[in-house]
Design a protein around this ligand. Structure first.
Ligand SMILES: Cc1cc2nc3c(=O)[nH]c(=O)nc-3n(C[C@H](O)[C@H](O)[C@H](O)COP(=O)(O)OP(=O)(O)OC[C@H]3O[C@@H](n4cnc5c(N)ncnc54)[C@H](O)[C@@H]3O)c2cc1C
Length: 365
């Protein structure tokens, strides 16, 4: 059996950010990735938005790590040539019934340390986004867009420059906690068993299953798994928007909003539906509900201009009817296993938060 210093399980944006951080601090790191490429799951199936940190409950890990992550991410992207754009976002109330919901954002944003939200006068709104129908809105100037693959490539490059190794097609099948380390059984073409001083479970949708497969992690500490799929439709015409447009959010997701990618393509989504397994197939029956939701704030949407885009799945650890769980980090104080950090429920804004999550995990380890 080979001895390892650190194993990071999962090469999504969060696992790669953690591997980078650990490697840059002199740790010997192997990233174990089940797929034959890095970042093929949630990190490749999201909105690619750098969130400001407006929505999340005050004091939550999401609020803290999103704001810290966003503040770190812009300079990081500039220094490392990761494509991004501080494009800004407008949050809109489409009718009077939504205004109260909109007004709550400013106080929530300020409580989270986001102090640049600006109320827009109706005439200013109309001039800024003439195709958007709304009665009130806020501008979030620090919201942006990012090339998530470029970001992952940059994290990986830095990690590798500091000695980390990415092992693709290397699924962790199980393991056990021993007195002097954590043993992992790794499958794939070249199966191996490794004993690690430190293990970080950063396996996204699969994180609870990976934890359950390691004997010695108390089952009672491992959260359940829930999946909520979101579909994106793309617009076949030129962008009628200059910024990202978000309607007032629903209780447990942000609503069908407008994002624009770095190539200028408009995407609408994601919607929200609970599913019982990881299945990224696109359900085209959603088209009518997308037209309806989008026309609420963009009445000029022409028939036949939406085309199916892609889906992403939210890694939830609470289910229908339950409050949305915060980012969840289990260290030895929770599960009693020295050297083990398990990350659960790292949904949005995990991409924005990735550098801050890595700092947090590094400190906790
Ligand atoms: C629809 C949607 C939209 C989003 N939009 C945004 C946004 O605009 N802005 C933002 O900040 N955040 C957004 N997010 C959140 C963000 O995408 C995620 O928080 C982030 O990508 C999570 O990264 P990760 O590394 O934890 O997980 P993943 O990217 O899922 O990576 C986990 C990795 O673990 C691997 N793995 C799983 N099991 C094993 C195993 N047994 N052995 C080895 N490897 C394993 C998987 O193959 C995968 O590569 C969005 C999320 C969703 C679902």
């Amino acid at each position: 059996m080979e001895n390892l210093d650190c194993a990071v399980i999962g090469a999504g944006v969060v696992g790669l950010a953690i591997a980078r951080k650990l490697a840059m601090h002199g740790r010997e790191v192997v990233i174990l990735e089940a797929e034959d490429a890095f970042g093929t799951h949630t990190s490749a199936r999201n909105s690619e938005v750098i969130h400001a940190g407006i929505y999340y409950a005050s004091g939550s890990m999401k609020a803290q790590l999103c704001v810290a992550g966003r503040k770190a991410l812009y300079p990081y992207c500039a220094e490392h040539d990761v494509k991004h754009q501080r494009i800004g976002k407008v949050i809109v109330a489409c009718d009077e019934s939504e205004v109260a919901g909109l007004m709550k954002y400013k106080a929530q944003a300020e409580a989270n340390g986001v102090d640049d939200l600006r109320m827009l006068a109706p005439a200013e709104l109309a001039a800024m986004e003439p195709n958007v129908r709304c009665v009130a809105g806020f501008l979030s100037p620090s919201t942006g867009i990012i090339d998530s693959h470029g970001l992952m490539l940059s994290y990986l490059g830095e990690a590798e420059n500091h000695g980390a190794m990415l092992a693709l097609s290397s699924p962790v099948l199980g393991g056990r906690v021993e007195s002097d380390g954590i043993v992992l059984d790794v499958g794939g073409k070249e199966p191996m068993t490794v004993k690690c001083r430190t293990v970080v479970i950063s396996a996204g949708l699969n994180a609870p299953a990976v934890a359950r497969s390691i004997a010695g992690i108390p089952a009672a500490t491992i959260p359940p798994t829930f999946y909520a799929i979101g579909h994106y439709y793309t617009l076949t015409t030129k962008s009628p928007f200059k910024r990202l447009i978000y309607p007032v959010a629903r209780p447990d997701w942000l609503g069908v909003h407008v994002t624009i990618d770095l190539g200028g393509r408009v995407k609408f989504g994601p919607d929200f539906e609970w599913i019982d397994r990881v299945d990224y197939r696109f359900d085209e029956r959603r088209e009518a509900s997308f037209y309806k939701a989008i026309r609420h704030y963009y009445p000029g949407l022409q028939d036949g201009t939406l085309q199916p885009g892609y889906t992403g799945i939210r890694p939830r650890i609470t289910g229908p009817g339950e409050p949305v769980q915060d980012f969840t980090f289990h260290d030895a104080s929770v599960h009693g296993v020295p050297g083990l950090m398990a990350l659960y429920g790292i949904e949005s804004p995990g991409l924005t938060s990735s550098l801050a999550i890595a700092d947090y995990v590094f400190q906790k380890l």
